[in-house]
Ligand binder design. Structure first.
Ligand SMILES: [Zn+2]
Ligand SMILES: [Zn+2]
Length: 494
């Protein structure tokens, strides 16, 4: 399996299965979205218990805990002698009540109180985060764990419904025999070299302010709202700070303007996370301002060099909220993908813009013999709460990837994959399927590039038969941002 690492740019409420956490995250005091989830879930559970006197609240910490509590739930509901139609009627009523404006507000206020009582974050942060998340969360919960079919399938068994939250699934590989593995050959001396700039995790903070407190109580500091530091300690620096702070625009500008001697570059891989970590207080307008401002900055300094971006988990708001394309209307990601397609239009061909608009992923051929595939890794993410509704190959992205890789194999092309969240951080079934694909196309897939962890790492994929022969590598670039307590990395290049 790929080596796993902790990540400062995702919440730590969902522990990675075999992951280690990195020092910066541990000391960060960063917002724990997982715990905020718990507060919201508790509020929903209370809403349930409130809906019928004496009802037992639903468990609170996701499918694993739910699984362990199934016997107790069944016993409790069995005690009520709940029939399947009554169960479904009950959950239909609960969902109806919760989805009403007053229901959402009630869930939000209970969750806020819990967030404060459990000291998950400072009160103002609790309040704004839950306000930001409550609507989407209630929508997701009523369409997943609290939907009549899921909930009653869990409580009363498969004769009443189907509980399949995060269940396993398989993509299908074409019926083409795998070519004999070819060990990679180093290029011949004097072979042409292509220089690729690798940018990731810029995290521009619009509200960065020199002299403010770098160790404030909030999850992100060095900002207008952080207040002054205590007299004994210095304030935030002009360029940035070794603390839980992101970067002012001037630092990104300086980084990009100083690239000259490292170039010229043939192309740029830019693997996402443009906005700051003030996830408790972000609007769609804020996110779009970050997208257009930083894209303009990259264009200004890279000039005609083509830039190939990938979608990070911080591009959306609420953070990590990336509904698959079957979610339509105001909850959908259309507002974001449409803006990305407009901002990145000079760099991407029409077919890439088409799939970008649908699901935030695309493929293109930067040069003869090379296919570049940009994945939307939010569709693999444990923190993308929309996947509770359906986590089976969201947007059909992996099946599409197989088609792309097979076509590249047929043409004799090599492939680079870029994305934000590295595959070792993904939901189990997504990761397993991705691993199958990487192993099947090991001759075609030349390298993978990701960000998100903010540190310089790599993940190695091994053959599935012996787990000893490396078949692919994913390079994880360090972040431009100093978040948390890191050196700002001048963009590395390959
Ligand atoms: Zn990040
Ligand atoms: Zn990230």
């Amino acid at each position: 399996m790929p080596r796993l690492g902790g990540s400062p740019c995702h919440s730590r409420g969902h522990p990675s299965s075999t992951g280690r956490e990195q020092a910066p995250s541990k000391s960060s005091g960063s917002p724990s979205l997982g715990l905020l989830w718990v507060a919201l879930a508790l509020a929903l559970a209370l809403a349930l218990s409130d809906s019928r006197a004496g009802a037992h609240p639903l468990p609170i910490q996701g499918p694993d805990v739910l699984g362990r509590l199934v016997p107790q739930l069944r016993a409790a509901f069995g005690w009520w002698n709940l029939s399947c139609p009554a169960c479904k009627g009950l959950f239909t009523a609960i969902d109806f009540g919760l989805k009403r404006e007053s229901g959402v507000a009630w869930v939000g206020s209970v969750a806020t109180k819990m967030c404060m009582r459990l000291k998950i974050a400072p009160p103002a942060v609790c309040q704004s985060t839950i306000q930001l998340f409550e609507d989407d969360m209630v929508e997701v919960w009523t369409r997943s764990v609290l939907s009549p079919s899921e909930a009653c399938g869990l409580i009363l068994g498969s004769t009443c419904g189907k509980w399949d939250i995060f269940s396993s699934w398989n993509i299908s590989l074409p019926d083409v025999p795998k070519p004999t593995p070819q060990p990679p050959k180093p290029p011949a001396p004097g072979a042409p070299v292509s220089r690729v700039l690798f940018l990731t995790d810029l995290h521009w903070d619009h509200d960065y302010l020199e002299g403010t407190d770098p160790n404030c109580e909030d999850p992100l500091c060095c900002r207008r709202d952080s207040g002054p530091p205590p007299a004994s300690r210095p304030g935030a620096g002009y360029w940035g700070e070794y603390s839980k702070c992101d970067l002012p625009l001037r630092t990104l500008e300086s980084m990009l303007s100083g690239l000259g001697p490292a170039g010229p570059f043939d192309m740029v891989y830019w693997t996402g996370d443009i906005p700051a970590h003030n996830i408790w207080h972000q609007s769609r307008q804020d996110q779009l301002r970050a997208l257009t401002t930083v894209t303009a900055l990259v264009k200004k300094f890279l000039g005609p060099v083509p830039v190939y971006p990938a979608v990070g988990n911080h591009e959306s708001t609420p953070v990590n909220g990336f509904p698959p394309p079957f979610i339509e209307g105001n909850h959908s990601s259309r507002w974001l993908y449409e803006a990305m397609a407009q901002a990145w239009e000079p760099w991407l061909p029409a077919e890439a813009l088409h799939t970008l608009r649908i699901g935030g992923f695309y493929a293109l051929s930067p040069r003869p013999g090379l296919r570049l595939i940009s994945l939307n890794m939010n569709f693999c993410s444990r923190e993308n709460f929309w996947l509770l509704i359906n986590s089976t190959d969201p947007a059909g992205q992996l099946q599409w990837l197989v088609g792309e890789l097979q076509a590249a194999e047929d043409r004799g092309d090599k492939v680079h994959i870029i994305g934000h969240i590295p595959p070792g951080h993904c939901l189990r079934s997504w990761s397993w399927n991705y691993y199958q694909i990487v192993a099947r196309y090991e001759n075609t897939l030349a390298a993978q590039f990701f960000g998100h962890t903010h540190v310089d790492e790599f993940e190695i994929f091994y053959d599935e038969e012996t787990l000893s022969r490396p078949v692919s590598v994913a390079f994880l670039a360090p972040s431009a941002t100093t978040y948390i307590g890191l050196n700002p990395v001048r963009a590395p290049f390959l």
